[in-house]
Design a protein around this ligand. Sequence first.
Ligand code: HEM
Length: 503
Amino acid sequence: MPFVIEFIAGLVTLSFLFLLYVKYSQTYWSRKGIPYLKPHSLLGNIENPFKRKRGLALDVKASYDTFKRRKIKYGGIYFFTEPIFMPLDTDLIKNILSKDFPHFLGHGFQFNEKYDPLSGHLFNLEGEKWRNMRVKLSPTFTSGKMKYMFKTLLDCGGPMIDHVDNLCKSGESLDIKEILACYTTDIIGSCAFGLECNSFKDPNAEFRRYGRKLFIPSFKVLVLQFLIFWIPTLPRYVPLKFTPDDAEKFFINAVKNILDYRTVNNVKRHDFIQMFLEMQEKSKAEGTEGFTLNEIAAQAFIFFLAGFETSSTTMTFCLHELAFNQDIQDKLREEICETYKKNNGELTYDAIMEMKYMDDVLNETLRKYPPVPTLNRVCSVDYTIPDTNFTIRKGTQVFISSLGMHRDEEYYPNPTKFDPERFSEENKATRPAFSFLPFGEGPRICIGLRFGLMQAKVGLSMLLSNYKVKPEKNESYNIRFDPKAFILGKDGPVKLRTEKLTA
Ligand code: HEM
């Protein structure tokens, strides 16, 4: 009996100390003397991640909106007990992302390459390792390299058009979100892994299956994220792993097999794998250290992760808007058809780059629905905000709500209206530069920006030159975002009807 009493007393004391710790941690911003939002629970200013009804992107946007109403330039919120600094002022955001980059070097995601080899990718790396990798990978995305990969994009568009044709003939509506995910999976599979994924022939093809799995965080991943927020250094000491074992095995084997095959058979193709092979040869010739298999696999893995869902959701939202805005769809189709005509019925890289209205429509889509709705940085060296005496301390997390900024009345009046004219040169000049951040900014800006836009332009040109798209009968214009997904996407399918166009 005394043991039970001692045990309960111990538990009560521990709970009490834990509560004191949480309460004290959540006074950080008031102690620092900057505006902050009162945490509404032990979880801080976010909803319960295990219940997720709204999602982190909308939580962060809600904080942005509240600060904005108070007309302040920056403020603090809490993610559990972790203080998060939120800048709103575009000059301050410019400093953080670009001008004073040495104070905010990375995304601050904790990982351990030894236990989780696929986590050692560009997005996670920091410091010298990141710089070296970024320098080596950047030539992969030059316009010269993009031109070479352009044909692969057209080739992957063929099965998509065949698939849509079949559905159109049978009078079925399209689940456009799934169709575009198959299209971009096939492209990234081919360009980053040198493999034909055949997602249209086999919807359960392995690449597509892993694509679905990796974007919905499992319960285990949620628990790990929760733990790491409490103890950020944990992955350095404990063998924690975010990548599921089967996915790790699959992606590393895929890269190993293709590297071996290309080397043994002296096969050359214009894709990312070829570029890695060339870099390896160069390192060998120069006697410098090349990439390990795991390093190559990790980079191919992030190209896959960062490349397929972002572009497919962009195209999905774009077609959703075009279905509800027929005048914009007609104007875009006119430009596309004119481009085909000028190029003897073909689509070329240069022709696609010249489509001005296509750019405006895609930018407006990325404004209203930025696939990465919150940019994050971690402060790597104490940073005093210019003209103030407030210092952001080393280790502090910074959240920039691109979704909040993109839907801010001050920069984009009537923000829920889909209006590509916002991106005319004249209108762009009226806004501060850092008020449009779909790809981030500064030295860590998305490395695959050109590639992502190119695949979206090719996919949209192929679809819109063949079909008129309309909303399915019960499809609602206002979209509910998936609260569980990392990338901003609609909760559930996006249904469209197509009408085949005659020449
Ligand atoms: C519409 C398509 C895309 C969007 C909206 C997008 C958006 C973003 C954003 C917001 C970031 C973070 C930037 C920052 O923190 O400042 C990022 C980083 C990154 N993206 Fe993309 N992305 C797209 C397509 C792609 C593609 C196609 C690839 C690769 C093939 C790619 C690879 C990466 C990588 C590797 C990083 C990390 C860069 C670094 O930390 O140095 N992305 N992307």
